[in-house]
Design a protein around this ligand. Structure first.
Ligand SMILES: [Cu+2]
Length: 194
């Protein structure tokens, strides 16, 4: 009898250990509906969007992609009366809550694009997510390219969507205004062309 009980105990211990070790890898972080805005020739930047859900909570601390020399996590924030975007060190992922990266909100900025991104293409993205326990997990995502009215403004058309509807018809994207936005970006990031 004794060996059998011992065996069952061992089985349970092994099962519990396996669950603890592997369950998080399967379900800890789920990324859905990842997509990248298509670009036109000479365009050097674009945005990537998705929904991220972390079961245990954590934060998105880094992104990279073979199509971009630089990838950053950006937020939109009001500066005075103007909506601007800027890089953030980490995007909080509250436990069990889906965080949406979307036009006009948080997004992944892909800069120094190495090629044109055509509709239907697939762009690999690597997300680094740090759990609340400090452990980092790498997630590979295949983002579909959507050719949504890509324009020549460095893939930042999503900015205009964040402005008042009337601003869409206003000349919010006059070239003269672009350097000011570019200048607001943190050192090291190169948004748009210089
Ligand atoms: Cu951005």
């Amino acid at each position: 009898m004794k060996p059998r009980i011992h065996h069952r105990t061992l089985q349970r211990w092994v099962a519990a250990t396996l669950l603890a070790a592997f369950a998080p890898a399967f379900a800890q972080v789920v990324v859905q509906d990842a997509w990248v805005r298509g670009t036109v020739a000479q365009q050097r930047a674009s945005g990537a969007f998705m929904r991220i859900t972390s079961a245990k909570g954590g934060k998105l601390v880094a992104v990279s992609s073979p199509v971009a020399g630089v990838a950053e996590v950006h937020e939109m924030a009001m500066e005075g009366n103007t909506m601007r975007m800027r890089a953030i060190a980490a995007l909080e992922l509250p436990a069990g809550k889906t965080v949406e990266l979307k036009s006009g909100g948080y997004h992944v900025m892909l800069m120094d694009l190495k090629r044109r991104l055509d509709g239907g293409d697939t762009v690999p993205l690597t997300l680094v997510i740090e759990g609340n326990d400090g452990k980092r997990e790498t997630i590979e995502v295949k983002a579909k390219v959507r050719a949504l009215g890509a324009d020549a403004h460095g893939g930042m058309k999503h900015l205009s969507a964040a402005l008042a509807p009337s601003a869409r018809s206003a000349p919010a994207w006059r070239p003269a205004r672009r350097p000011a936005r570019t200048a607001r970006c943190p050192p090291g990031s190169r948004v748009g062309r210089r």
